[in-house]
Design a protein around this ligand. Structure first.
Ligand SMILES: Nc1ncnc2c1ncn2[C@@H]1O[C@H](COP(=O)(O)OP(=O)(O)OP(=O)(O)O)[C@@H](O)[C@H]1O
Length: 270
């Protein structure tokens, strides 16, 4: 049996903001139809990877392939077409506060398609149904809980039936029950809609429960990857520190900067 080509592939990608290299010679694959968790220490470049896939940033070296096409070499028009095939849900997935739940989910459909309103209605209600909020259509974001708002944002992210969906910290700020619900929902939507999912998250327990494949980013490169069980069994010190949430280990506490002696020593200047 042949394995289908990955939907997303990074090949030897190097990327930095200015002089500061964030990703060095990074290669990874996002398999089709699966939930891939992208994890690792804060500031390690996970959001940057999502931005490279979405074409908001371009790699300085290497290739970022989406369905075989190099995102970094796409024209504006090709990028626009590719982005229509991607759903993105960034931290807290801000809803439009002056619009109802219904109108929030309808927004991308009205913005990007010429579908008649009765079809928009059917699609919106289908998506809201998928996240369990068909009954909340008339409410405003201020009238729903944080967990519900996250689910509305999810319904909006899948409104245009993307092939790839990328979540950046979708569980941030949720209580344990809402967190568990959101995690299960991500899994269910992936399977029911035949999606490919990339999930950036720090919540090891929930994420390991729903992911097929886990990639742990180390300093500028992949520290470990495999099934959740394989990654849990890793003896790599950085992976162990991350997976078991230890305060001490190879992950540095300090953002890179001048030596302490330089800042605090005799003759230190601001
Ligand atoms: N627009 C930017 N300009 C300059 N530096 C940036 C920019 N965006 C991110 N960075 C830096 O790049 C590094 C990687 O950031 P990124 O947001 O990709 O990390 P992350 O792994 O997603 O972190 P977190 O888990 O904390 O969200 C960080 O050190 C950050 O300070």
């Amino acid at each position: 049996m042949t394995v289908p080509a990955p939907l997303v592939e990074l090949r030897n990608v190097t990327f930095g903001y200015g002089e500061r290299v964030i990703l060095r010679d990074l290669s990874l694959q996002i398999p089709r139809g699966k939930v891939t968790a992208l994890m690792g220490a804060s500031g390690g470049g996970k959001t940057t990877v999502l931005r490279l896939i979405g074409g908001q940033q371009r790699a300085q070296q290497g290739q970022v392939l989406f369905d075989g096409q190099d995102v970094g070499r796409m024209t504006q028009n090709q990028l626009y077409q590719a982005r229509r095939r991607m759903g993105m849900l960034f931290q807290f997935g801000a809803l439009f506060t002056d619009m109802s739940v219904f109108d929030n989910v309808a927004f991308p459909l009205r913005e990007h398609t010429d579908l008649p309103e009765d079809l928009v209605r059917d699609i919106v209600l289908m998506k809201l149904n998928a996240v369990g909020l068909r009954g909340a259509r008339a409410l405003k974001p201020s009238e729903i809980s944080g967990g519900m708002a996250r689910r509305v944002a999810l319904a909006r992210a899948i409104a245009l039936d993307p092939e790839l969906i990328m979540y950046d910290e979708p569980f941030a700020g949720l209580d344990p029950i809402a967190l568990g619900t959101a995690a299960q929902l991500i899994r269910q939507l992936n399977d029911a809609m035949g999606l490919t999912t990339v999930l950036v998250s720090h919540d090891v327990v929930e994420t390991f429960q729903v992911a097929d494949h886990v990639i742990i980013l180390g300093p500028a490169c992949v520290a470990a990857q495999g099934t959740p069980a394989e990654v849990l069994a890793s003896t790599d010190p950085l992976v162990e520190q991350f997976v078991h949430a230890r305060a001490t280990g190879p992950v540095p506490f300090h953002y890179p900067g001048p030596d302490a002696a330089q800042d605090f020593g005799p003759g230190a200047r601001l």
